[in-house]
Design a protein around this ligand. Structure first.
Ligand SMILES: [Zn+2]
Ligand SMILES: [Zn+2]
Length: 334
């Protein structure tokens, strides 16, 4: 089978490797679609994603597909089942798992490297999806589950005024979750005009460039700020525009080498709560239900559907990734 590897030093290669055989309770899945995540680009650029990166590694972790074979101990799946994966395996036994925080599991590792024709995760990481759900949309289960975890942390109240920075794929999913809470106003900050238009189409009240945001915020109290870009400048601006008693979620993944600075006195005087969000504990099931409900628009977020072989150029240039979500077509089944 084919697998797309990050080889280190800005090199990507599609290799031919043996197909996995499902053992124990593993589920062998023919991958239909896999999303390109910002963390894949981070890894390609030599930075760490959620875990430390030691190349060569197979990229991708946002995949859906069809079951082709199961291990002898698998109980819940059979060949032909349509599924999505939670790539993050946790042991269920370590101190963090016992505390109910599987995202910090000491033994946590990726079990669904979706830039490949087949993956073989354990049954605990595989989820059924309804026949009505397009498998390309089902591949959004992982990014959406990460956004849901961020929303869980904020515990957003209806009727709030919300500022959201960034309309990349994560920001666009987050916007739709925010809108589902019945906010009073949602102001999106985004420098690309086409993405501002998408924000308005999805239901944002305002969509502005970053020089306009401070003016807009001075006349209202911002209850929640969600930063989905990961740049120092926008994280600082997020903390600055937050209102009194505001909750700020720094969701965008920053450069591990860089720092963020803000005025502590200003944050103190506003009594800010600043959150970060790590992975997707206990949110995959809800993500899939929401995708099945049809209330999350994934179609408008997709900028390109590329083959495994085309991903080398895309990783180096990010030509399509800058405009939206890049989907890798493996079997391409719907
Ligand atoms: Zn991801
Ligand atoms: Zn554990």
């Amino acid at each position: 089978m084919r697998a797309g590897y990050y080889m280190g030093n800005l090199a990507y290669e599609v290799k031919d490797i043996p197909e996995p055989t499902p053992e124990g309770d593993q589920v062998k899945i023919r991958v239909a679609w896999c999303g390109l995540c910002g963390t894949d680009v981070h890894k390609f650029q030599g930075m760490n994603g959620a875990s430390i990166v030691i190349p060569p590694i197979i990229l991708g972790h946002e995949c859906s597909g069809v079951v082709v074979e199961v291990g002898p101990d698998c109980e819940g799946f059979k060949p032909g089942d349509r599924v999505a994966c939670d790539p993050s395996w946790s042991c269920g036994k370590c101190i963090w798992c016992q505390k109910g925080l599987p995202n910090f599991c000491i033994h946590r590792h990726g079990v669904a490297k979706g830039f490949s024709d087949f993956v073989c995760p354990p049954e605990s990481n595989v989820y059924h999806v309804a026949d009505s759900l397009d498998l390309e949309a089902a591949a959004f289960a992982e990014p959406l589950s990460c956004a849901i975890h961020g929303m869980d942390l904020l515990d957003m109240r209806s009727g709030s005024t919300v500022v959201l920075f960034g309309m990349g794929a994560m920001g666009s999913l987050m916007l739709q979750l925010v809108l589902a809470t019945s906010p009073f106003e949602v102001i999106v900050v985004e420098k690309e005009e086409s993405k501002r238009e998408l924000a308005l189409r999805l239901g944002a009240t305002h969509a502005v460039d970053d020089d306009a945001i401070e003016g807009l915020c001075s006349s209202r109290n911002i209850d929640y700020v969600i930063e989905c870009i990961g740049l120092g400048t926008t994280m600082e601006q997020a903390i600055h525009v937050a209102g009194k008693s505001s909750k700020v979620l720094l969701f965008g993944l920053g450069n591990p080498e860089s720092r963020v600075s803000f005025n502590q006195f200003e944050a103190y005087a506003k009594e800010l709560s600043i959150y970060t969000s790590y992975l997707n504990p206990r949110s995959t099931n809800r993500a899939i239900r929401l995708l099945e409900s049809g209330r999350i628009d994934t179609r408008s977020l997709i900028s390109a559907e590329l083959t495994l072989e085309e991903m080398g150029v895309e990783l180096a240039t990010q030509k399509n990734a800058r405009r939206g979500k890049v989907m890798v077509r493996l079997s391409g089944e719907r």
